[in-house]
Each structure stands twice: as structure tokens, then as C-alpha cells.
Design a protein. Structure first.
Length: 287
């Protein structure tokens, strides 16, 4: 029973962090209709920003998470304005080609600047509590709480703020939104920056639990795409549900069998979802 509870809590923790990455990706696609394959690199850069802030310079952890989010937001907005703005409305393969190039550039630059040695971010919270025979780490509980709070904050932002409503309007119908006076170009870089910062925060959270290397973005990208395909492109709710499903599979199957079987099972679940729901669990059909 205690082992089952531990696997469930670990899966929930992983699922929330996966959801943060996937929400950023689905937000970018929903607003701009582009494939941002370098999304995992934002995850990696967020983790390394916090690493140098906290581990190298000895500055406080939580302000470092905020700094990382702001830095990657600005970097994402810069990429949208300089590169992806010109691709809006064009064949989606162009954005795929550009983002693949970004993967190579950012990953290779990371290996040069950060080195290839495995690094880790010191834990901001220590200790734990024994509950029902299961040791619950304060660190994982705090990370889960922060991840859930960020997801709820994003939901509130998208539903109850002027900018959030504008983002939803542009995602729903960009042409009508422009006719209503919404500056779609502004919404594009805000959404791109916001999506990138969500990935960066996830990188900060996971960087305290796992080792960080400049190539860590590849797996994050794969996980994010698996989740948004399962949950539905452009659906924030789908990203959350898909992240939790994938997190549970990773936790339970990896613990009981192996990580390879967990990956295979994840793809099997995605295939089954697409057979019965081609647009994903909560997605819609895109032109």
C-alpha cells in the first residue's frame, strides 16, 4: 500500500511538471499555429539560468525561478519577433524547419557554454514526513503545489484578464480578433514568451530533482509533444490531463517494470486515444 501511494504521488508530481511544459507548447500552437520544436531548449535554458543563479552565484532559489521565467520569457518573445513572426500564416513545415535549426544551435551552444559535465541544482526545501508508511518529501510537495498554483494562475489569467481574453480570442479566430482591434502581433509574442517561460519554470522545478545537461531539452520536447497530441493541440485542459496520465505511467510502470516499457505504453495509450479521438481528448479540428 505504501509503495502504491508513493508511486501515485510521484506520478502526480511528474504529471504536473509535464503539464507545465506541455501547456507552454500548446499555448504557442493555439495562438500562432506553428510547431515550436525547440520548446525543450527553453526548458533546458530555464534550468541552467537557475543553476548559475543559485548554485554558482549563491543567490536565493525562489527569486532565481522568477528571474529564469522572466529571462526566458524575453528570449521567447525575441525569437517570435525576429524569426517566427515572418512564418505566421505560412506552411507549418517552415516553422518546423526553423525550430529544428534552433534546437541544434541552442543545444550545441549550451554544450560549449555550460560544458558537458552533469550538474544539479541544490534543493530549496529539505526534509519530509512519514504518512501511512510512505516518506513524503517536502521538496516534491512544494514543487507539486507551485506547479498546480501556476497552472491555476494561468487559467485565471486566460479567463479573467484583458490580455488573457485577447489570447483566447486570437487562438479562436485571429482574423475576427484583428477586426475587433486586437493587435495580434503583440498577442503572438506575449503567448510565445509566456509559453517559453512555462517550460523554463518546469526546467527549474525538475532541475532540483534530476541532473541537468545541455541536451536535456530533447526528452522534454518529446514528452511535451506526446502530451499535446494526447490531450489535443491548443487545449490547456488537455495538456494538464495528458501530463497527469503520462506522469502516472512513467511513475508506476518505471517502478514496477522498466522505463523502456513505460515509454512504449505511453505511445500505445496515445495511439488508442487517436483511434477513438483523432483530435485528442480535448482538442478540436484545425484547418
Amino acid at each position: 500500500m505504501s509503495e502504491l501511494l508513493q508511486m501515485g504521488l510521484t506520478g502526480f508530481n511528474l504529471g504536473l511538471m509535464y503539464a507545465l511544459i506541455a501547456i507552454g507548447l500548446t499555448l504557442i500552437f493555439g495562438v500562432m499555429r506553428i510547431i515550436q520544436y525547440a520548446h525543450g531548449e527553453m526548458f533546458m535554458l530555464g534550468a541552467f539560468t537557475l543553476y548559475y543563479w543559485n548554485a554558482e552565484f549563491g543567490l536565493p532559489y525562489w527569486p532565481g525561478v522568477a528571474v529564469s521565467a522572466v529571462v526566458i520569457f524575453l528570449f521567447g518573445a525575441f525569437l517570435q519577433i525576429v524569426l517566427f513572426r515572418r512564418l505566421h500564416g505560412k506552411n507549418i513545415l517552415y516553422s518546423l524547419a526553423v525550430s529544428l535549426g534552433l534546437v541544434l544551435i541552442i543545444s550545441s551552444s549550451g554544450q560549449i557554454l555550460f560544458g558537458t559535465t552533469v550538474k544539479g541544482i541544490p534543493s530549496a526545501v529539505s526534509g519530509g514526513v512519514l504518512f501511512a508508511g510512505t516518506y513524503l518529501s517536502y521538496e516534491r510537495m512544494v514543487i507539486s503545489a507551485v506547479s498546480a498554483a501556476l497552472i491555476l494562475a494561468l487559467w485565471f489569467f486566460l479567463r479573467f484578464t484583458t490580455t488573457g481574453l485577447a489570447i483566447r480570442a486570437v487562438a479562436e479566430d485571429p482574423d475576427t480578433s484583428a477586426l475587433q482591434g486586437i493587435r495580434t502581433s503583440r498577442i503572438h509574442w506575449i503567448a510565445f514568451g509566456l509559453g517559453s517561460s512555462m517550460a523554463a519554470i518546469a526546467g527549474c522545478m525538475m532541475g532540483t530533482l534530476l541532473s541537468i545537461v545541455p541536451t536535456m531539452g530533447f526528452l522534454a520536447t518529446i514528452k511535451a509533444f506526446m502530451i499535446v497530441i494526447m490531450g489535443g493541440l491548443g487545449s490547456v485542459l488537455g495538456a494538464v490531463v495528458g501530463g497527469l496520465i503520462l506522469g502516472m505511467i512513467d511513475s508506476v510502470v518505471t517502478t514496477t517494470i522498466s522505463s523502456d516499457i513505460a515509454l512504449i505504453l505511453s505511445f500505445v495509450v496515445i495511439f488508442l486515444v487517436l483511434v477513438f479521438r483523432p483530435s485528442g481528448l480535448f482538442g478540436q479540428h484545425w484547418d
